[in-house]
Design a protein around this ligand. Sequence first.
Ligand code: ADP
Ligand code: TRP
Length: 328
Amino acid sequence: MSKKKTILSGIQPSGKLHIGNYFGAIRQHIAMQEEGDAFFFIANYHSLTSLNDGKQLYQNTIDVTLDYLALGLDPKKATFFAQSDVPQVTELAWILGTLAPVSLMEKGVSYKDKIAAGLKPNIGLFTYPILQAADILIYHSDIVPVGEDQKQNIEITRDLAGKFNHTYNNEYLKLPEEHIVKSVAVVPGIDGRKMSKSYDNTIDIFAEGKALKKRVMSIQTDSTALEDPKDPESDNVFALIKLFADKETQSEIAEKYRAGGYGYGHAKKELLGMIEDFFEEARERRKDLETDLDYVHDVLRQGSKRARNRAEEVMEPIREVTGIVRHF
Ligand code: ADP
Ligand code: TRP
């Protein structure tokens, strides 16, 4: 195994990716492909806990692959694959599940949050962190860049790795570092709450034309009159502008807010132009990729092969030590 640190993260294919996902996760993932042995995967088994439309789940899987490639993921640098293409993950998840105290799972905040948000309390949702632990441990991951909301799942992963090592009296599973990449800040949605697929308040990365304009124009603002001075720091439009504009442009626009005579409509138009420019190249690349789906499938095939090889290396001694001997 290489000496470079193994970086791993996953993203659920549960809907169209939005600019909150981009600034909170995808951008960091793509930057990290330069820094280590990077593995990024589409957590399609995890999505089954909330999405039961096979056609849609499969389409989302291809869409997320197109999105990552268009946004700069380089399959020569990073291993990109679908979770379900590595069967060792579910194999390890079962073994970890036999060591996971029910009381540990009952403390899961994300389970409670999802139930509160209306998801059905199925066992998959309850044991979600065990599958996530297997995702991480099966590649001997060192660093798992995720947002603050995933912190507990990383702690559970470390806990389960420690339990496995203790139970089987070895140091076989590698505990990932506690390292959490704090998102740049929570990206607000068009209604001012956290941008999230579940709130129907997103601006999708690859939205364009009228649809994009409609979303941007419907960002909620207060009712300060056009001629009056405005506070940029308390405005949703400005919060989004800050993600796209350099420091100088940010202060120029903030000045216009404070001076008065500059309306939210003006700010929205500037933001719309910024979003269009920022993702323009990626949008073009995505359109090209859509016409070359063979390449996209090939990326997933090659990625899964590399991931499976690594997973098998890690799984073999685990089978041995647990007494799960293969007869084939
Ligand atoms: P959603 O809330 O839309 O379902 P996910 O929970 O699937 O998004 O998040 C996928 C990744 O994107 C996570 O790493 C998460 O931290 C990040 N992310 C999602 N929404 C935001 C946001 N509004 N601001 C910053 N990061 C976000
Ligand atoms: N739970 C993560 C999310 O909702 C997705 C995920 C699944 C993941 N398995 C993972 C992230 C392993 C990091 C490592 O965003």
